[in-house]
Design a protein around this ligand. Structure first.
Ligand SMILES: Cc1cc2nc3c(=O)[nH]c(=O)nc-3n(C[C@H](O)[C@H](O)[C@H](O)COP(=O)(O)OP(=O)(O)OC[C@H]3O[C@@H](n4cnc5c(N)ncnc54)[C@H](O)[C@@H]3O)c2cc1C
Length: 533
């Protein structure tokens, strides 16, 4: 067993871990180690934007979790992909760049995360981003406007949105977030621009930053009440590292609470039931899980969509050639092309549903493989922005290789069930616009046309799926009874330990979670460096 010393040891080279690795190693006198359970992200289908569908279920890049079956989803268990690769989920995600809405962060602050209100986080976003069409911006996260390459069918969706009374926007990430437009994406020169590309790779040139791949952290080590380091396995060997200043968990919303629980920090009853010595009773570790559920309906189109190209071998070959020669075209653009935030009813105080229109229809094989239809089609999708149900992540055994129990507790509240119906009604209204009707050959089953509200809810229970945004399982707040970490992301009652990743959100944000996670890590690094003096 070898043992080494670092100032900061970061667990996980995902969206948050990459940001921390970069910012903390800017000071050459600090020695920083990043431990990542996965391997290299230098793979063709990680870099090609459309490769999202290929990576979706690839066990070489993916923890491939499953939730417990849920009665509220008519007995279904859900597949929850999570990146196990350099870049974490930012290397396998759909690349949509969405900051979230102002009130999401004001609600963080109200929940006890003082200093995380919109005014504060907006400045961090601005510092982090370079907008491809606003060259005066200057951060490492490349946010590409790909509207010139989006499938032309998306324009029908935007016209239908206007017909239905929704505003269309040039950029849903600016001051005005209510409305629909082309999504911006983390794509640069036709390739995925992950957190590893933006933050980790440039920092690895520094002598004081070390990255260990295929290094699976087993548990944290303690010196009294202080986290002093950790133990990890790599290539069949066990190693220990000492963290002179801090251990920082950035293992994501499933694995960060799992590691805390395995290390004796969590709900005392749960730990005892798994034979784990209770180091600190922290009842909220793994609790408070929030995620977005989306329901999709597919349609056959009377106009060409992506199916005409990628649904056919000749089209795929032509698109592949174009991509190799120009880094442009259908392979260079993520599948989530157009959408945004809308209000589902007149009394909604804020936009409460996120919409997507993807210019493709598909079937999923029994093995979980996505196969595009040969004939043109498109998909409309809606997800309630701010679910109120909260679930949990709890270890099932004391062994680090055993997946924890994931119980999303979907649709547990009346508010969430109502939101599911309202989201479905928006899709029906859009499908009835004369614009979409004029380019639609018919609905693929199931069709909204014949559904009343009860049927819409039942269909949501039958088919709504995660959009892969688990958050809040080590959330920020004021004390151990309502949270796991404080507003400086320090674990309550434990010295030398922070959690910095999507698990730290007090509440889920309205939209996709990658941008808020990177923003959170950028601000966390400021706090860590301030505390280091
Ligand atoms: C299929 C998919 C599509 C998505 N699409 C979008 C999208 O289009 N836009 C968007 O904004 N968001 C999207 N998301 C969500 C977004 O990518 C995540 O919310 C975000 O990346 C989470 O970042 P994180 O740092 O919390 O965790 P992660 O990025 O998951 O990083 C955690 C890292 O820790 C490592 N790790 C875990 N346990 C250990 C251990 N014991 N030892 C060592 N290392 C460990 C993991 O391997 C991983 O690399 C998507 C996610 C998925 C899975």
């Amino acid at each position: 067993m070898k043992s080494k010393d670092y100032d900061y040891v970061i667990v996980g080279a995902g969206s948050a871990g990459c940001v921390l690795a970069n910012r903390l190693s800017e000071n050459p006198s600090l020695r920083v180690l990043v431990l990542e359970a996965g391997g290299s992200d230098r793979r063709f289908w990680v870099k090609v934007p459309v490769g999202y569908a290929v990576n979706y279920a690839n066990p070489a890049l993916n923890w491939g979790y499953h939730t417990d079956a849920e009665d509220t989803l008519n007995g279904r268990a859900s597949y929850w992909p999570r990146g196990r690769v350099i870049g974490g989920c930012s290397s396998i995600n759909a690349m949509a760049y969405v900051r979230g809405q102002a009130h999401d962060f004001d609600d963080w602050s109200a929940a006890g995360a003082a200093g995380w209100d919109w005014a504060a986080v907006r400045a961090a976003y601005a510092r982090m981003e370079t907008q491809s069409d606003r060259p005066q911006s200057g951060g490492p996260v490349w946010v590409q406007n790909l509207s010139d390459q989006m499938n032309p069918f998306s324009h029908h969706f935007l016209a239908a949105a206007r017909e239905a009374g929704y505003r269309t926007l040039d950029d849903i990430n600016q001051e005005q977030t209510e409305g629909l437009g082309f999504y911006r994406s983390n794509v640069r020169n036709g390739m995925r621009w992950s957190a590893a590309d933006a933050f980790l790779r440039p920092a690895l040139k520094r002598q004081n930053l070390t990255l260990e791949e295929h290094a699976h952290v087993v548990r944290l080590d303690f010196d009294g009440a202080r986290a002093s380091g950790l133990t990890y396995e790599q290539g069949g060997q066990t190693h220990r590292v000492v963290a002179r200043k801090e251990v920082i968990l950035s293992a994501g919303a499933i694995n960060s609470p799992q590691l805390l629980q395995l290390s004796g920090l969590g709900p005392a009853d749960l730990l005892k039931s798994q034979g784990i010595e209770v180091r600190q009773d922290l009842p909220q570790v793994g609790e408070g899980l929030q995620d977005h559920l989306a329901v999709s309906y597919q349609f056959r189109a009377s106009q060409k969509t992506l199916n005409a190209i990628l649904g056919r071998r000749t089209g795929r070959l032509a698109a592949g050639l174009r991509y190799i020669l120009t880094r442009r075209g259908p392979l260079a653009v993520p599948v989530n092309q157009v959408g945004g935030f809308v209000r589902s009813h007149a009394a909604a105080a804020v936009p409460d549903v996120q919409l997507f229109c993807n210019p493709a229809s598909y079937e999923v094989t029994p093995e979980g493989k996505i196969e595009l239809d040969r004939d043109p089609g498109y998909l409309l999708s809606a997800q309630p922005c701010r679910p109120t149900s909260r679930g949990s992540v709890r270890i099932r055994t004391g062994h680090h290789m055993d997946a924890p129990a994931i119980r999303p507790n979907s649709l547990a509240t009346e508010a969430d069930r109502t939101a599911a119906i309202r989201a479905s009604r928006i899709l029906f209204a859009l499908s009835q616009t004369s614009t979409l009707r004029s380019v639609t050959a018919g609905a693929k089953l199931p069709s909204l046309d014949t559904m009343d509200e009860a049927a819409m809810l039942d269909e949501f229970r039958n088919r709504a799926s995660t959009v892969y945004h688990p958050t809040c399982t080590c959330r920020m707040g004021q004390g151990a009874q309502d949270s796991v970490i404080d507003a400086r992301l320090k674990v309550h009652g434990v010295a030398g330990l922070r959690v910095v990743d999507a698990s730290a959100f007090p509440n889920i944000t309205s939209g996709n979670t990658n941008a808020p996670t990177m923003m959170l890590a950028l601000r966390a690094a400021d706090l860590i460096l301030q505390d280091a003096g």
